[in-house]
Ligand binder design. Structure first.
Ligand code: SAH
Length: 547
């Protein structure tokens, strides 16, 4: 008799992992004797990994499996990642055969479950003046997004809601705030946000946070968030139905309008290509993880450009588009998606191939203080969708650039990264303004400091006393707002008040402005001249070398 292995993606949410495990138990109970055995595992992030689940079934004597992707829509995970993970299992267990099942939705059982979650949120309020925002995960495959739109329509039919509109929490539009704004313009007074998600996770949490933020801004609206589909009998029965279909060889996955099959505007690069899976942390074999040990988490560069599913964190240099490295430019030329910083050289973006998706990191949708998480998610999501992703940063990624946070986030999600250093403004801005940061006989040391936190700030890690006592070159970044306090502290701790200070705003750009001042006057100068970031201060005897 065949065994069933239920394959989840994995999540950072412990509750989500528990719900998955509870569902696997429920499927086992409801299957009775009709299924030989039931196991469950994840392709990444969570335990148990798929490979353990399959090994356990094999050790119990099973050689024939049904593998069911526990996903709602046919997108990258269902079409690429999970089949690839199963192919690795097959290679690991000679003689193992498996049939692959189709994704769960759309299915009437799911629509009924969603309806019940919406009803619970309504708590007796009238359906006829209730609008529903059905929020999908969002995909870089338009066909997967279209499936969410289809489910929204099916959910509307015959259920008496004022209307149901689709929205997406990641990668696709309209976003949660955008769909709520749309419904408000349509005259909605009461909205139920219904996440089209199985289990708890980072993204469902984000739906709640974004809905609450929108509700707080619009007190005239009654916004409620419905529960997730969750572990329930309907879901277990749907899994068993998909299991029976797979046994029959019936895997009608919706691929009719898939971007890999049908030419769609803006997606020409996908047609005819395989859906490219990426490597998974549950995979003990393969060269990638070998590198992790030797290389501290990211990969050596093997040739020009990126492979699908990789993220390059690239230093773009200080501004002019020809101060990027040759390697950084090769990465950009191979990119499908570029996530660009505010300080990334704008000329480089203008020069990209047509069809490259450019995401402005300053505009990534987010709640307060979630900026970096949203950027990390965008990198991981696009890489997992098989894109070549470049994270383009100003200057050098590791000089006050949060580059390593992004590398760590990708590593945690099993996404490969390549780090391409860049020309930091800390060195380039003085040089472009005619000041060498070191010079024989003048300055033999160079210190680069973030001025973001002023002297005395409880979180400051900078030894301002030592910097006041030092004699060499001091370069200050992010110090426009704090320079007066910094200058006062440096003088207090020993720097001469007439120490030369170079100030460079917009170094390398056509509008570059430069001034030379004294340490005890630079604060006033900065205010008087209305200096704006990005700007750099350079202190020390080298400044006098400027011709
Ligand atoms: N990773 C970047 C620094 C990011 S911190 C790098 O290596 O260059 C941001 C700060 O960098 C700005 O506040 C400013 O102090 C400095 N900066 C970046 N680009 C600059 C430019 N073109 N001109 C002057 N300062 C710049």
């Amino acid at each position: 008799m065949t065994a069933l292995v239920i394959v989840g993606h994995g999540t950072r949410s412990a509750a989500g992992v528990d719900q998955f495990a509870a569902l696997v138990d429920r499927v086992r109970r409801r299957a009775g004797g009709s299924v030989g055995d039931v196991g469950g595992g994840f392709i990444e992030l969570s335990r148990p990994p798929l490979t353990d689940a399959v090994t356990a079934l094999v050790e119990r004597g099973h050689r024939s499996l049904v593998a069911l992707p526990l996903v709602l829509t046919a997108a990258g995970h269902g079409k690429g990642d999970i089949p690839a993970a199963m192919a690795r299992e097959q290679a690991r267990h000679p003689g193992l055969t498996y049939r692959y099942g189709r994704p769960l939705g759309p299915h009437p059982l799911l629509h009924t479950a969603l309806e019940a979650r919406i009803d619970a949120a309504l708590a007796g309020a009238d359906r006829a003046d209730t609008w529903v925002a059905l929020i999908g995960r969002g995909s870089t495959d338009p066909d997967a997004n279209a499936e969410v739109a289809k489910v929204a329509r099916l959910l509307w039919e015959g259920r008496g809601y004022a209307g149901v509109e689709p929205g997406f929490v990641s990668l696709a539009e309209p976003s949660v705030p955008a769909v709520l704004a749309r419904l408000r313009r349509l005259g909605a007074r009461r909205i139920v946000v219904a996440p089209y998600f199985l289990f708890a996770g980072v993204l469902p949490d984000r739906i709640v946070a974004q809905s609450q933020a929108f509700a707080a801004e619009h007190p005239d609206l009654d916004v409620r968030v419905a529960d997730l589909i969750g572990d329930c009998d309907a879901l277990a029965d749907l899994v068993l139905e998909r299991h029976v279909e797979a046994l029959r060889g019936d895997i009608r996955m919706n691929c009719d309008t898939c971007a890999y099959r049908v030419l769609m505007p803006g997606f020409a690069d996908k047609v005819g290509r395989p859906q490219t899976p990426h490597d998974h942390p549950d995979d003990p074999v393969g060269g990638h993880h070998h590198h992790h040990h030797h290389d501290g988490g990211h990969h050596r560069h093997h040739g020009p450009g990126l492979r699908p599913g990789q993220v390059a964190v690239v230093g773009g240099g200080p501004g002019p588009d020809d101060l990027i490295t040759v390697r950084g430019k090769a990465m950009l030329d191979s990119a499908d998606v570029v996530v660009a910083d505010r300080l990334a050289p704008p000329g480089l973006l203008a020069g990209l191939r047509s069809g490259v998706l450019v995401i402005d990191a300053a505009k990534v949708p987010r709640g307060p203080s979630m900026a970096q998480d949203a950027i990390n998610d965008a990198l991981v999501d696009h890489a997992r969708a098989g894109k070549r992703v470049v994270r383009l940063k100003g200057g050098d990624p590791y000089v006050f650039g949060r580059g390593h946070e992004e590398v760590q986030a990708c590593a945690a999600a099993g996404v490969e990264t390549v780090l391409v250093p860049g020309v930091s403004s800390a060195l380039a801005a003085p040089a472009l303004a005619g000041v060498p940061v070191t010079h024989r006989g003048v300055a033999h040391d160079l210190t680069v400091v973030s001025g973001h936190l002023p002297p005395g700030h409880p979180q400051s890690l900078v030894d301002w006393v030592a910097l006041g006592r030092a004699r060499g070159t001091l370069v200050l970044l992010m110090a426009v707002d704090t320079i007066a306090k910094i200058a006062a502290a440096l003088v207090e701790h020993g720097r001469a008040p007439d120490t030369h200070v170079l100030l460079v705003q917009d170094a390398g750009h056509p509008g570059q402005r430069t001034w030379v001042s004294r340490l005890d006057e630079v604060g006033d100068l900065t205010t008087r001249e209305d200096v704006r970031p990005p700007a750099i201060f350079v202190l020390g005897p080298v400044v006098a070398l400027r011709g």
